[in-house]
Design a protein around this ligand. Structure first.
Ligand code: GTP
Ligand code: MG
Length: 582
C-alpha cells in the first residue's frame, strides 16, 4: 500500500530571481499541459484556495460526514470513456436527457474519460437503461451492467474537441524546482509543494467513484456492503499518484436484522462457518478478487495476497489509473485515517510539513513503493505528528487529550481496542504556537537527527518518548493496538540512513549563507536544496565534518550541486485531469 513513481531532476539554471507577483488576466483558453497558458492558469489560483476538498475555508466537516457526502455523490456519478474528439456541449446535452447534471470533468488516462455527476440517482438508472452491451466480431462480451460506460459516435463525423483543460498532474521536477527557487521563503516553498502535490478535488472525486464502482461489484454477493476509501486518499496527506486503499465494510450485512421482531423467537441466517475471522476474510476477498478479475470492467492485474498479515486484493483500475488495495476486516486502519484526518485539518502547518517530509524521504529513497525494511509514509506521518506534539506550546494535542474531549457518541471499541477520541473538530482548541514552517522543518531534522532511537519509542497517544518495549530499531507505537509497533519492518541500516540524512539536511538548512549564495549562483536553496539526492561528498557528512568551517562546507556543497546528476525528486505518475463545472 505505497506509492510508485520516480522522476528525474535536472539541474536548475533559472532561479536567479525570485518570483514577482503579477496580476494575471483570467484565461479562458483551450490550453494544453505544459504550455504557457497552462502555467499561467495554474498561477491564477490564489494561494490557499486550491481545490483540495480539505481547504481551510470550508467548514471543517467530521470525517464520517465527509465520507458519507462523497459516497452519496459518487453513487449519482458515472464514468464514461469518450471518443478522442468530443464536443462538450453536445456531450452534456445528450446526457441531460436522463436528468440534470450537477458536475462533470474530463481527464486523460490512456484515453479520454468523463466523470459525470447527476443531480439525482435515478438519472444513472435511466442512462443504464438506454445503454447496450457491445457486440464484437472476434470476441464475446461478458454481459455486465455497471456505471462505467463507453460513448461512441454513431456517425464518424469529425467532431471538434472543445474541452477546457485543467492539468492536474504534479509538476515536473524541473518545474517544481523552479517554483521552489522562485518562492519567497521556506514557508512559501513548503506551501507551494503542498499546493502542487495535494489531491485535487477531481482526483478525490475519482477516488470515491472508483470505490463506488467496486462496491457495485461486491454488492453482487453482499448487497449491503460499503467500500470505503481509507489511508492517504482521505486522511489529508495524499499526494497525487498515491495508491487507493479500500475497505470492504460488511458490518451492515452482519448486523442488519438484529432485534427487529418482537415475541419469543429470534431468527438467524443459516450461514457457513469457518474456524477463524482471518479465514472468513480470506474467503470473502478471494471471491471478490475473482469477481473483479472476471467481471470488473477496467480492473486488471488482480492479485490475491491472502497470506499477508492483512489479507488484500491488489489490482489496477485502468480507467482511473489507480493502484488499488482492497481489504476487509480492517476497521482500525479506517479509524487511523480518521485520526490523521483530524490532525491534518487542525492546523495548516501539519500537512505542509508532512508533504515536505514525505517528498524529502522519497527523494532520498528512504521510502519505496516496494514493501521492505524501509520507513513507510504512514510511519513518517506519525513521526511528524509526534514532533508537533513535542513543541512548546504543542501544535498538536496528544491522542489521550483527544480522548478526554470525546463525548458518548465518540465512544468506540474495535476488536477490544479503545478507539475513542473526539470527532467534532470544533471542540479542539487551536494551538497558541506560532512557529514558522521553516523553523519546524529545521527542528524536525534536528530532533530526529538526535533522537535516542536505541532506547526510546515514539508514541502519539501520550506525546512523549518512552522506553522501547523491544529491540526493534525503530519503535512507533500503534495508536490503537498499543502493543504493536507500526515500524517493526524498519531495519537498523534504514534507520541509520534516515538519521544521517536528517542530520545532513539540518546542517544544509542551517548554513546561514545557503540562501544568499544560492540565489546569486542560480542554485537550489532551502527546501529545493534538501530535496536533492545524496551525493558522495554529502553522504560522507559526519559530525567531524560539521566542525569544518562553514565556508568550506558550503563551497563543497555548491560544487557537488554543479555536477550533472539525476534524482528521485518527487512522484509524478499521476494521470492528467481535465475539469469543468456545469
Ligand atoms: P501512501 O499510500 O504511502 O500515500 O500512505 P498511506 O497512509 O495510504 O499508507 P498505506 O497505503 O501504506 O496504508 C494505508 C493505511 O493503512 C494507512 O494510512 C494506515 O491507516 C494503515 N496502515 C498502514 N501501515 C500500517 C501499519 O503498519 N500498522 C497499522 N496499524 N496500520 C497501518
Ligand atoms: Mg495508501
Amino acid at each position: 500500500m505505497a506509492v510508485p513513481g520516480v522522476g528525474l531532476l535536472t539541474r536548475l539554471h533559472l532561479c536567479a530571481q525570485r518570483r514577482t507577483r503579477v496580476q494575471r488576466p483570467i484565461l479562458r483558453l483551450l490550453s494544453c499541459p505544459g504550455t504557457v497558458a497552462e502555467d499561467l492558469r495554474r498561477d491564477e489560483q490564489p494561494s490557499g484556495s486550491v481545490e483540495t476538498g480539505f481547504e481551510d475555508k470550508i467548514p471543517r466537516k467530521r470525517f464520517s460526514e465527509m465520507q458519507n457526502e462523497r459516497r452519496e455523490q459518487a453513487q449519482r456519478t458515472v464514468l464514461i470513456r469518450c471518443p478522442e474528439k468530443i464536443s462538450e456541449n453536445k456531450f452534456l446535452k445528450y446526457l441531460s436527457q436522463h436528468g440534470p447534471i450537477n458536475n462533470h470533468f474530463f481527464y486523460e488516462s490512456f484515453g479520454l474519460y468523463a466523470v459525470v455527476e447527476f443531480c439525482r440517482k435515478e438519472s444513472v438508472g435511466s442512462l443504464q437503461n438506454g445503454t447496450r452491451t457491445p457486440s464484437m466480431a472476434m470476441e464475446t462480451a461478458i454481459p455486465f451492467r455497471s456505471r462505467f460506460l463507453s460513448l461512441k459516435l454513431k456517425n464518424q463525423t469529425s467532431e471538434q474537441s472543445c474541452i477546457q483543460l485543467s492539468d492536474q498532474l504534479p509538476p515536473s521536477n524541473r518545474k517544481l524546482c523552479e517554483l521552489l527557487c522562485y518562492a519567497e521563503s521556506m514557508d512559501d516553498q513548503l506551501n507551494t509543494l503542498l499546493k502542487e502535490f495535494q489531491l485535487t478535488e477531481e482526483n478525490t472525486k475519482l477516488r470515491y467513484l472508483t470505490c463506488s464502482l467496486i462496491e457495485d461489484i461486491a454488492a453482487a454477493y453482499f448487497p449491503d456492503c460499503v467500500v470505503r476509501p481509507f489511508g492517504s486518499s482521505v486522511n489529508t496527506f495524499g499526494k497525487l499518484g498515491c495508491d487507493l486503499d479500500m475497505f470492504l465494510d460488511l458490518d451492515e450485512t452482519r448486523n442488519l436484522s438484529t432485534h427487529k421482531t418482537s415475541g419469543n423467537f429470534l431468527t438467524e441466517f443459516q450461514v457457513k462457518n469457518v474456524p477463524s475471522e482471518r479465514i472468513a476474510t480470506q474467503k470473502i476477498l478471494s471471491v471478490i478478487g475473482e469477481c473483479l478479475d472476471h467481471f470488473g470492467p477496467g480492473c486488471v492485474g488482480v492479485q490475491k495476497i491472502l497470506n499477508a498479515r492483512c489479507p488484500l486484493v491488489r489490482f489496477s483500475h485502468q480507467a482511473s489509473g489507480f493502484q488499488c488495495d482492497l481489504t476487509t476486516n480492517n476497521r482500525i486502519a479506517l479509524t487511523s485515517s480518521e485520526l490523521l484526518y483530524i490532525y491534518g485539518t487542525l492546523d495548516s502547518r501539519v500537512r505542509a510539513l508532512v508533504f515536505g517530509i514525505r517528498c524529502w524521504a522519497r527523494a532520498h529513497s528512504l521510502t519505496s513503493s516496494i514493501p521492505g525494511a524501509w520507513i513507510t509514509n504512514f510511519s513518517l506521518t506519525m513521526m511528524v505528528i509526534f514532533f508537533l506534539q513535542r513543541r512548546s506550546p504543542p501544535i498538536l494535542p496528544t491522542l489521550d487529550s483527544l480522548k478526554t474531549l470525546a463525548d458518548a457518541e465518540d465512544k468506540c471499541t474495535i476488536e477490544g481496542n479503545n478507539c475513542t477520541f473526539v470527532r467534532d473538530l470544533s471542540r479542539i482548541k487551536p494551538s497558541g504556537n506560532t512557529e514558522t514552517l521553516e523553523l519546524l522543518l529545521k527542528e524536525f531534522f534536528e530532533y530526529f537527527g538526535n533522537f535516542a532511537f536505541n532506547k526510546n519509542s515514539i508514541n502519539i497517544r501520550q506525546g512523549r518518548e518512552q522506553n522501547k518495549p523491544d529491540s526493534s530499531p525503530l519503535y512507533i507505537q500503534n495508536p490503537f493496538e498499543t502493543s504493536l509497533n507500526i515500524s517493526k519492518n524498519v531495519s537498523q541500516s534504514q534507520l541509520q540512513k534516515f538519521v544521517d540524512l536528517a542530520q545532513e539536511s539540518a546542517w544544509v538548512l542551517q548554513q546561514k549563507d545557503t540562501d544568499r549564495l544560492s540565489v546569486s549562483n542560480n542554485q537550489p536553496w532551502g527546501l529545493a536544496a534538501i530535496l536533492l539526492p545524496t551525493v558522495p561528498n554529502r553522504r560522507s557528512f559526519t559530525k567531524k565534518k560539521r566542525k569544518r568551517s562553514a565556508n568550506e562546507s558550503v563551497r563543497n556543497l555548491l560544487e557537488s550541486l554543479k555536477s550533472n546528476r539525476t534524482a528521485n525528486f518527487t512522484e509524478t505518475n499521476e494521470k492528467r485531469t481535465v475539469s469543468t463545472q456545469t
